[in-house]
Structures are given as C-alpha cells and as structure tokens.
Write a protein that binds this ligand. Structure first.
Ligand SMILES: Nc1nc2c(ncn2[C@@H]2O[C@H](COP(=O)(O)OP(=O)(O)OP(=O)(O)O)[C@@H](O)[C@H]2O)c(=O)[nH]1
Ligand SMILES: [Mg+2]
Length: 325
C-alpha cells in the first residue's frame, strides 16, 4: 500500500473518516484528502493518534542517531524527560529560533538548559521557517560519520517544516494543528536518510486541540516581543480568557513570553472574569518562571505572591528563569 507523501499515512479509499483516505481515482496523486485540503484550502482539522507511544521504542531499537526539536516556548519537564528517554545519541535542537527575543543570547539559553534541565550535551539552534542553520543536521551527521537519523519532537515543533527546507521544496504537509504527520516518512537528502516522525502529544496544555483559532494565535511566525506589566495589589492579568493571574503582594513585575497574537488584559477587582475557575496560590522569588504549557512562560521580576485561576493546574510549572537570579 502506498503512503501519503504529506503525512506518511497508508493511503486507503474504503473509509473517508479514517486517516489516509483518498478517493480511488486519485490514488496516483500520492497525497491523502486531509493533506490536500490542508495544503490547498488551509482546511485544518484536529485528529488524534494513538500509536505515538511506540515511537520512542522503535527509535531506541532501530535508530543509531536522533535529533530532538523543541522551541523556546515549549521547554518544560515532560518534554525534556522524553528527550532523556532516548537511549541512542540524540542532539537537542532549539527550533523556531526566529521567535527568540533578540536580547536573549543562544549561549545564555544553553547555559540555562544545562543548569535547569541537566542538558550536558551541546545544544543547537535553527529556524526552518527562516532557513537559518538547517544544514547543521547534515553537518553533525558528517562529523559523527552517520548516514541515517530520526527527527523527533513534540507535535508542532517544526520537524516537517525542517524537511521541506532541507528538501528545498514543499513536499511534506505542515500545519498549526497537532498531529499533522501521522507516520514515519523516509527522505533521502544528499548522502543521508532522514526520517520524519509523528510528533509526541502534549499531555496538558492550556488550549483545546480543536481550538484552531487559539492554535493560530499561539503558533507565532514572528519574533516574540516580551511584554512587562506592573501589577498593584488586587490587579490581575487575563490571558486569552482562559487563565487569570491576580497579584496578592504589594507590587508584582512580570514579563510575558508568549505569542504577541494572544490577548492579555489587565483587570481590577470588580471584574470577576474567570474567578469561578479553580484558584491556585503561587509564591515566586525574583527571576522565577511560571510555565504555561502550550503557550510559553511568564518571568517574575520581583518576589511575588499570586493567585492563578484556571481549569487545570497541570498546565502550570514553576522553574528558575534564564535570567541570573
Ligand atoms: N516561527 C516559526 N514557525 C515555524 C518554524 N518551523 C515550523 N514552524 C511552524 O510551526 C507549525 C508546525 O510546523 P510543522 O513542521 O508542521 O511541525 P511538526 O513538528 O512536523 O508537527 P507534527 O507533524 O504535528 O508533529 C507550522 O505552523 C509551521 O509553519 C520556525 O522555524 N519558526
Ligand atoms: Mg510533521
């Protein structure tokens, strides 16, 4: 059975509701209906995958080298744990480096990854969208004398976009919805064989994966302009109407590192929006982050006590910021 060149699904014409569907007369096109619709009509639908947990096992068993992509906004414990679960030599790549604010040096990020997430190995940076440093993958393979590698990462980390850039054509389907790639796809690039893989699914994120409008806003295509706020006691910030952060200390200075397309509103006590959600108390030292999984993080610039109102606390994680404490 042929595979879809866009997403790797086995092509089939029996069931239009299942992955890999293509009308029988179009089978020669080699691209499934879902990919065709994403590419030509930007028709984005979220699908869920259940074979994902095998990826690590397959790669550990069959692979000799892997590259693991993650962008700055999605660095968090679960992601790094997955990276550490790879038993073959794996290179950590910070993808989408075009979104990193210019004043944050890559070396500062590397040092912080070493201290906060125990990444001992050298870390590499690239932007597939802006075609920056994408050939690093081939240079590393040349340096270590390997010919084949898996490209891994959580969904939306930019794996397939990297393939299109290395292939110098738009062959593979890319999109802002999770699970665009559904199976392994092998590509020959010069002397090397690189394998695109389905992204690992996030367990807990702030958005619902069907919320296309949220995904569009959160997946920024441009550089993040961090926004700093000063909150007096009792004042709150509301992000996209899903999370509210209320200051309980005298004063709180905090900087948002999230896509600038997401809305952040400052409100005061008489606005009760989101106060019906669960309330979680957090205390921050200077230069600690609150990670909001799926969207980015907030750096607290002052010692602060805050209440966070949201649906599910699992989307939150506290850590040391990459600014020196
Ligand atoms: N700003 C920025 N966006 C990027 C970059 N690379 C990819 N993207 C965007 O990120 C989104 C996801 O990209 P994909 O290449 O489909 O990600 P993936 O890792 O293959 O995702 P799955 O197939 O779901 O695992 C798309 O909207 C891309 O345009 C990059 O270097 N910079
Ligand atoms: Mg993909």
């Amino acid at each position: 059975m042929n595979k879809c060149r866009g997403c790797g699904a086995s092509l089939q014409w029996e069931n239009s509701q299942k992955i890999g569907y293509i009308p029988k007369e179009k089978i020669e096109n080699g691209i499934c209906e879902r990919c065709f619709r994403i590419v030509h009509y930007n028709d984005l639908k979220t699908i869920s995958l259940n074979n994902i947990k095998n990826i690590i096992d397959i790669v550990n068993e069959k692979g000799s080298v892997a590259f693991f992509l993650v962008d700055l906004l999605n660095i968090q414990k679960d992601v790094i744990k997955t990276y550490h679960s790879l038993k073959i030599p794996t290179f950590l790549i910070i993808s989408k480096c075009d979104i990193i604010p210019k004043f944050i040096s890559f070396s500062r990020i590397s040092t912080w990854l070493k201290e906060e997430y125990h990444i001992q190995e050298e870390v590499f940076f690239l932007s597939a969208l802006r075609n920056k440093n994408v050939k690093i993958i081939l240079r590393i393979l040349e340096r270590i004398g390997k010919k084949e590698a898996y490209i891994l990462g959580y969904t939306n980390s930019g794996k397939s976009t990297l393939f299109n850039q290395l292939l110098e054509m738009s062959l593979v389907t890319t999109s802002i919805v999770p699970n665009t790639t559904v199976d392994f796809i092998k590509h020959i690039i010069g002397d090397y064989t690189l394998i695109d893989t389905p992204g690992f699914p996030y367990q807990d994120v702030l958005y619902r994966s069907e919320d296309i409008s949220f995904l569009k806003k959160a997946n920024t295509k441009s550089y993040i302009n961090p926004i700093t706020y000063q909150l007096k006691k009792g004042a709150s910030l509301i992000l996209e109407n899903v999370i509210r952060i209320e200051n309980k200390s005298e004063v709180c200075n905090l900087t948002f590192y999230v896509s600038n397309q997401l809305s952040i509103k400052k409100v005061y006590e008489k606005n009760q929006n989101l106060k019906d959600k669960k309330e979680y108390f957090y205390t921050f030292s200077r230069n600690e982050d609150l990670v909001i999984k799926g969207v980015g993080f907030i750096t607290f610039k002052t010692e602060s006590k805050v209440s966070v109102f949201l649906e599910n606390e699992k989307v939150l994680e506290k850590r040391k910021s990459f600014f020196e404490g």
